[in-house]
Design a protein around this ligand. Structure first.
Ligand code: BGP
Length: 473
């Protein structure tokens, strides 16, 4: 059997996409609290504060703040070995720059973690999953400023000290590489809590923020290990393998270059503790000058991660003869004619997951945790209330099989958490109808609905997968 005995099967959610609990117990605003609802092709707007009359889907999300006991009981019924969620930073430091934490916010996570412990569910905790306090965005333009690093370190130290006996697995910054798509304002906001405002060299600003994100992540690793040497602290990169369109060497070198920029540079800094030469060269060619302090090199080197966290949704294809840019990353990407797409145009590529896992092992020789994998789809509730999401089962089955093959080739996969194990609010679109869960939440795009939970067909299937440790897929 490929999956090891203690393989961490589970699900993943993020505080801002499920909790709701807006303003409860002193919670401050996070950057996603000022995002309106969008749809496929309609971007979410970032408003200047919370404006009356606008609709903000994350304020209520799916009311996990109230329902968490019931939801965790359902996860336990599926046999989850672990649950990945995040700590909502402004629940603990409402504006981000306070010196003392909000006790009521800390207590919420005490209760949540205790509830998981009741079922022997290992928590996997993300420290920053698009929940940067809005106060830091306003005051410092987020991670453009080094002050935000200090605030982050204070936040993580508080969490590490408080939960040091309850949590072993941590992830620092979720999908830190989303912001590589510099023409999208959303990603700089959610990764770095910053705005491009009227900046003329967007890449310059993004890489400056990113440098501070890397420092924040490295400091978190260091501080965490000081507080509890048994902590396992990982990074989180959205791995999007990039294939050459043909065997034309021009396509091959383009794909190599784009892989460096979109994927490898992020893993390189997190895992090797230093900036790769190809990135420094890229900065020079693009008039990017990063302001660094003399101690920064050492901080990065001292804060290398214990394991690699990846999220995996799709692969991409690039062509040297194309001028298209489907991803908005400026990488000449085109559609892959060999694989199908989801309704939201995300390429469905299970083999790409195997490829990615083996590639990562070859580069870094570190354990990998698949922090997100999942299918966003429209689910139909039948008259009798049942939901036949066989397409989700097929999708996951194929990805699990490829994971198994990668393990057989020697990749140390610690576990995997299926994204949105209970239907969350979609991050990129703010919709509810883009559903991921094994558990359906009766809530519509506009927030109406009973919020009742019900099991989809995939619920029992995943339960069986976990029961048999992946033998029955
Ligand atoms: C990742 C995020 C998640 C999640 C997922 C699916 O980028 O880490 O927060 O939402 O993608 O994306 P979406 O919700 O836009 O379908």
């Amino acid at each position: 059997m490929a999956f090891k005995k203690d393989f961490l099967w589970g699900g993943a959610i993020a505080a801002h996409q499920v909790e709701g609990g807006y303003g409860k117990d002193g919670k401050g605003l996070g950057v996603c609290d000022v995002l309106t609802a969008g749809a496929h092709g309609i971007p979410r707007r970032i408003t200047d504060g919370v404006i009356e009359g606008e609709y903000y889907p994350n304020h209520e999300a799916i009311r996990f703040f109230e329902y968490y006991k019931e939801d965790i009981a359902l996860f336990a019924e599926m046999g989850f070995k672990c649950l990945r969620t995040s700590i909502n930073w402004p629940r603990i430091f409402p504006n981000g720059d306070e010196l003392e934490p909000n006790e009521a916010g800390l207590q919420f996570y005490d209760h949540l973690l205790d509830e998981m412990a009741k079922y022997n569910m290992e928590p996997v905790i993300t420290l920053s999953h698009f929940e940067i306090p809005y106060g830091l965005y306003k005051k410092y333009n987020g991670f453009e400023s080094r002050e935000t690093i200090d605030c982050f370190v204070r936040f993580v130290k508080t969490c590490f000290e408080r939960y040091k006996d309850k949590v072993t697995y941590w992830l620092t910054i979720n999908e830190i590489n989303n912001q590589i798509a510099t023409d999208m304002d959303l990603f700089l906001l959610t990764n770095s809590g910053a705005s491009y405002k009227d900046c003329t060299n967007r890449k310059q600003l993004m890489y400056q923020c990113l440098h501070h994100d890397f420092l924040a992540s490295a400091l978190a690793v260091k501080v965490g290990h000081e507080i509890n040497p048994n902590f396992k602290i990982g990074c989180c990169v959205a791995y999007m393998p990039i294939y050459p369109a043909t065997c034309n060497p021009d396509d091959i070198v383009l794909a190599q270059k784009d892989n460096q920029l979109v994927n490898y540079s992020f893993f390189d800094v997190h895992c090797r503790g230093t900036y790769p030469e190809y990135l420094k060269k890229y900065w020079k060619e693009n008039d990017i000058e990063i302001s660094m302090h003399p101690e920064d090199e050492k901080i990065l080197m001292d804060g290398k991660v214990d394991y690699i966290g990846i999220t995996y949704y799709y692969s991409m294809v690039v062509s040297a003869t194309s001028t298209s840019d489907l991803s908005g990353m400026g990488i000449n990407d085109i559609e892959n004619p060999y694989i199908p797409m989801t309704k939201w145009n995300w390429a469905i590529d299970p083999k790409g997951l195997r490829y990615s896992l083996i590639d990562l092992k070859d580069r870094y020789e570190l354990p990998v945790f698949i922090a997100e994998i999942g299918l966003g789809a429209v689910d139909t509730v039948e008259e009798d209330g049942s939901i036949h999401d066989a397409y989700r089962i097929d999708f996951l089955r194929e990805h699990f099989k490829e994971t198994e093959k990668a393990i057989e080739e020697g990749v140390d996969v610690l576990g995997l958490t299926v994204w949105g194990c209970i239907d969350p609010i979609s991050f990129t679109t703010g919709e509810m109808k883009k559903r991921y869960g094994f558990i359906y939440v009766d809530r519509n795009n506009d927030g109406t609905g009973s919020y009742a939970r019900s099991k989809k067909l995939s619920f029992d299937w995943y339960k069986r997968v976990i029961e048999t440790n992946g033998e029955e897929l």
